[in-house]
Design a protein around this ligand. Sequence first.
Ligand SMILES: NC(=O)c1ccc[n+]([C@@H]2O[C@H](COP(=O)([O-])OP(=O)(O)OC[C@H]3O[C@@H](n4cnc5c(N)ncnc54)[C@H](OP(=O)(O)O)[C@@H]3O)[C@@H](O)[C@H]2O)c1
Length: 262
Amino acid sequence: MVSYASALVTGASSGIGRSLAWRLAAQGADLTVVARRGELLEELAEDVRKRFRVRVEVLAADLTVAEELSTVAERLADPERPVELLVNNAGAGSRPPRPLVDQPLEYEEGKVALNVLAPLRLTHAALSAMVPRRHGGILNVSSIAGFLPQPQGATYAATKAFLTSLTETVHCEARGHGVHVTVLCPGFVRRGAAAPVGGTRSVRLPEFVWLDREEVAREALEAVAAGKPVCVPGAGYRAVLAASRILPRSLSRRGFERLWAR
Ligand SMILES: NC(=O)c1ccc[n+]([C@@H]2O[C@H](COP(=O)([O-])OP(=O)(O)OC[C@H]3O[C@@H](n4cnc5c(N)ncnc54)[C@H](OP(=O)(O)O)[C@@H]3O)[C@@H](O)[C@H]2O)c1
């Protein structure tokens, strides 16, 4: 089992990222927390410091703005304050879900900036610092959408397919250098009160499909500790994924067309 004394978590102001940050602090890791809403990060930092007596640094940044992304990359490169685990969690879904032709192009490009370019840049920065130290971990938060077609969420699914593929490949490249790289691919996760309105929270789906974000965070950090390449939380989702790999692609496509038409 690998453990990390410090972690930088993007998208820590709400949802899965907040749960991951909290659990890492509970394991004794000093944190650097990143998101746009600095006030929510300050609240989290105060709670975490009191509860777990770890150091917490707040870095308010919009990862789609080049200079602000550079600040986060520079933080990862700082040899004086090494970050042992990078968690690329910040991401944007399809709000509201719509066919690509009906989405404003700038909105779709923003998703590519946040879900693809930012984790790519930060993964590169983290690897550049971790490989010479021969110690480190990276957890990239992707989605099960990266494996399957997602009508009304085309760009989202494509960005997550990129992130899953990138991460699985980098896992193979980095393993021999003492750096463990994991991709987390959850299904539908309840997003919590601080999450922006829309996206998966507004999709009408049966109760059983929803994952609890604490459970997702727990499974993710177990996979990180075990140095696993891919983590798909929830036995139901693992079964769906296995079935989708056996079934003809045309059948999976039709199934997902029906699901998203609900
Ligand atoms: N919820 C699901 O069903 C689900 C399923 C599969 C995968 N995921 C993935 O899980 C990750 C977390 O999602 P979530 O469901 O927990 O959503 P969430 O509650 O909306 O959290 C998203 C986080 O990303 C941050 N963020 C958004 N835009 C940002 C930007 N431009 N710069 C910096 N930070 C930004 C948000 O903070 P600020 O608004 O303060 O910036 C927030 O902390 C995402 O990558 C998502 O794709 C979610």
